[in-house]
Design a protein around this ligand. Structure first.
Ligand code: ADP
Ligand code: 5GP
Length: 206
């Protein structure tokens, strides 16, 4: 079979760095990008809808899906389980659609073993202090959870070299612009352009 050409684009960041905000902006400007909706055992937050941000399931169901091989990767992040469903990923690739994944550093490392061509973008906050400010300002997590997320951030940031691109989210508009430029570059990699190039070559009588 010909290698599918849809790019797998992974975005990771320590919690609170602004990944959700940046991804929302990116998707608004590139609505043709497919987005992978993960399964999670964590509690639904106010404003989240099942099937939109995540599929919210019980740990038993999560384990059953994992055993059945339904996940391209899965990991425990903070205190909960998160997994990327394999079927939509494969469907997007077969259709030649680019697909965006919002997953953590362990998930990215596992996914790379299965899909080495996946491109990784890491988003970092400008400082620990600013990360703490954003986590507190979001009013979504209890103090213990915020403490845990800050501790996890150190371990996550240490993985930055596994990624192809790094975006520091200090000024939001600048970071959004950089992210868009990176995604555009990934989508223009020669390896992702075979179909188009063959078409153009035929047009030239090649
Ligand atoms: P993540 O998805 O990485 O956990 P969010 O997108 O929820 O992070 O952002 C965490 C908080 O920080 C939100 O309240 C968001 O509005 C704010 N935020 C995001 N980017 C910036 C930025 N560049 N400057 C200041 N605040 C930001
Ligand atoms: P949150 O609970 O704040 O939405 O997400 C917490 C972390 O879990 C984020 O770093 C997010 O990228 C990660 N995450 C979300 N879905 C998945 C997934 O399917 N697999 C993995 N490995 N991590 C995920």
């Amino acid at each position: 079979m010909r290698r599918p050409e849809g790019s797998i684009i992974v975005v990771s960041a320590p919690s609170g760095a602004g990944k959700t905000t940046l991804i929302r902006r990116l998707r608004a400007s590139m609505p043709e990008l497919a987005f992978s909706i993960s399964y999670t055992t964590r509690a639904r937050r106010v404003g989240e809808r099942n099937g939109r941000e995540y599929f919210f399931i019980k740990p038993e169901e999560f384990r059953r899906l994992a055993q059945r091989g339904a996940f391209a990767e899965w990991a425990q992040v903070h205190a909960d389980l998160y997994g990327t469903p394999l079927a939509p990923l494969e469907a997007a690739r077969r259709a030649g659609r680019d697909i965006l994944l919002d997953i953590d550093v362990q998930g990215y490392a596992r996914l790379k073993r299965r899909f080495p061509e996946a491109a990784g973008i890491f988003i970092v906050p400008p400082s620990r202090r600013e990360l703490e400010r954003r986590l507190k300002g979001r009013h979504q997590d209890r103090p213990e959870a915020i403490h845990r997320r800050l501790e996890d951030a150190r371990r996550e940031i240490a993985q930055w070299k596994n990624y192809d691109y790094v975006v520091m989210n200090d000024d939001l508009r600048e970071a959004a612009r950089a992210l868009r430029a990176i995604v555009t570059a990934i989508r223009h990699r020669a390896a992702a352009r075979g179909r188009q190039m063959n078409h153009i070559l035929r047009n030239f009588g090649g």
